[in-house]
Design a protein around this ligand. Structure first.
Ligand code: G4P
Length: 526
């Protein structure tokens, strides 16, 4: 096998997602410890951002700046190259997380045994489902009392709308927690509550062997056996293809804080998780292992320090190999560009990269050339699909507060939208600009950045909307009729697509009922 194919096939690029507090940071940290990428716990702090008071968003931005270093954490583990993409813990930046999910080949979802499926997990899973991203579920905090594991599996199936298959099974929980039977590796993992000790495992292939009784007491052995029989009877056998197509999620149980079940998760993950997957471009299907190089920008991180006002554009390599100082085509600008300062992310260091392969993320220093979704190639014209915008949840009219600076304001708004800070809609009825976000903080970020980076002042005016839906129809006539009838609710997004602004779920329902020929979409790519 050529070196390039080998390099690409050993890559595992993924994100860990969860509702805040389920244990994403802790799990990330433990994975990095096992990967030898860090040596002490407590090194991953980016997620602690959410614990800052929400009003202090400047502090949040500062920390987000620090977190650039931990945006991507790469390490080698048992011959695999693992790339973990960090996602912001603060839910006001959920849009960032959605976009990060477009750059991963699989995800691990962390669920708290006591809390089960929570709001943020449900939303993020929707994005995974849309993209058929393979999902592994880690049920965390088994050292605490929580839901009955079978009930939790039902909840996962229902709430996340995915088939599940336990690959490990807990023996008790909370203070009585004894460990798990690791179905995937056919061994018993015994639990010692400690942050320092790593799981003690005993290989037990036959769960009917009397060996088991040496480690756990009789009653629990019986219960474990009957649980495992039930699992075998009720859940389909683990099927690799179903997992790879995003239809079946293997489930592991453990306690990230106590280092329990994490190595087992990682062992299974590197073996079953996909290497970089094929990517659909408008022009053709792009196969990771095949030359030439191509990639797309999925995230732009602005430096909030006014003295260093540069950005880092994050590029996911979709195919081939990136090489330093070669000329690449910026497809949208139809311009050749050379990158001498691209950075790779190994653990928490950023280092200049000479070459990187499909699956890797590299950081490109940028001074306004890139916007989300831009493509780089060796010359071919490619447009990658699958970078949708999602309906925002909060909306405000943006108005100019300094008539002398109208030009600066418009330029600032345009550039911030290109960076993906929020979404812009133009109301067709009154021509006013509407900014849509997923959280209040983004409005504050925009106002601050417009002033400090563009010298423009904006003010916000309230606008009560429920959702912005992208609409389409097979019949132009019906579409035109709808747009005419709903003129006062119509807007255009930044790309000039038609958007229906529904001010309540009732209005939306009525529109769906009254206009069956119109399709309403909650994201821009359908
Ligand atoms: P997040 O990134 O998903 O938001 O969660 P994070 O890892 O920060 O974990 C949230 C809290 O849950 C932390 O406690 C963490 O120590 C705790 N935790 C994580 N895994 C486990 C586990 O397996 N068992 C138990 N019992 N707790 C766990 P905290 O008090 O909020 O923060 P800290 O002061 O411990 O850092």
């Amino acid at each position: 096998m050529s070196e390039q194919i080998n390099e690409i096939r050993r890559r595992r690029t993924f994100a860990i997602i969860s509702h805040p507090d389920a244990g994403k940071t802790t799990l990330t940290e433990k994975l990095l410890l096992f990967g030898g990428a860090i040596h002490v716990a407590g090194a991953v702090k980016s997620n602690k951002i959410r614990k800052t008071a929400t009003s202090d968003w400047m502090e949040i931005e500062k920390q987000r700046g620090i977190s650039v270093a931990t945006s991507v954490m790469g390490f080698d583990y048992e011959g695999y190259k693992v790339n973990i993409l960090d996602t912001p813990g603060h839910q006001d930046f959920a849009e960032d997380t959605y976009r990060t999910l477009t750059a991963v080949d699989s995800v691990i979802i962390v669920v708290d045994i006591a809390k089960g499926v929570e709001a943020q997990t449900r939303k993020l899973m929707e994005v995974c489902r849309m993209r058929q991203t393979p999902v592994i579920i880690f049920v965390n905090k088994m050292d605490r009392e929580g839901k009955d594991p079978f009930d939790l599996l039902d909840e996962l199936e229902q709430e996340l709308q995915i088939q599940v298959r336990p690959l490990s099974w807990p023996i008790e929980m909370g203070v009585k927690f004894k460990g798990v039977y690791n179905i995937y590796e056919e061994k018993l993992d015994l639990y010692t509550p400690s942050k320092q000790v790593i799981t003690e495992s005993v290989g037990i292939e036959d769960i009917y062997s009397s060996e088991l009784e040496k480690y756990i007491e009789g009653g629990l052995v019986e219960k474990l056996r009957s649980d495992l029989e039930l699992i075998k009877g009720v859940y389909p056998a683990f099927e690799m293809n179903a997992y790879l197509q995003g239809q079946l999620a293997p489930v592991f149980f453990g306690s990230a804080l106590n280092n329990f079940g994490v190595k087992e998760l990682l062992n299974c993950f590197v073996r079953i998780a996909p290497s970089p997957r094929k990517v659909r471009a408008e022009e053709r299907e792009v196969i990771p292992e095949q030359d030439p190089f191509s990639g797309f920008i999925f995230k732009i991180h602005a430096n909030m320090d006014p003295n260093h006002r540069s950005c880092i554009a994050f590029l996911k390599i979709c195919s081939g190999k990136f090489e330093r100082n070669l000329n690449y085509k910026h497809v949208r600008l139809d311009k050749m560009m050379k990158f001498s300062q691209a950075t790779a992310f190994m653990a928490q260091r950023k280092e200049t990269v000479d070459e990187a392969y499909a699956g890797d993320i590299i950081g490109l220093p940028d001074t306004g050339n890139f916007k989300i979704g831009d493509t780089l190639t060796t010359g071919e014209i490619l447009h990658f699909k699958g970078l949708p915008s999602f309906s925002p949840e909060m909306f405000k009219y943006i108005e100019n507060a300094d008539p002398m600076k109208a030009k600066q304001l418009n330029k600032g708004i345009d550039q911030l939208m290109d960076e993906g800070v929020a979404q812009l809609f133009i109301h067709q009825f009154n021509g006013r600009k509407i900014i849509g976000t997923v959280g209040q903080l983004q409005f504050e970020v925009i106002q601050y950045r417009l002033l400090h980076e563009y010298g423009a002042q904006c003010k916000w005016e309230p606008l009560h909307l429920y959702k912005a839906c992208w609409i389409e129809s097979d019949s132009k006539e019906h579409l035109d009729y709808f747009k005419k009838r709903k003129f006062q609710y119509m807007a255009l997004d930044k790309e000039g697509r038609d958007v229906f602004l529904a001010d309540s779920s009732y209005v939306l329902q009525m529109a769906q009922q009254d206009f069956p020929q119109i399709k309403f979409h909650f994201n821009s790519e359908f």
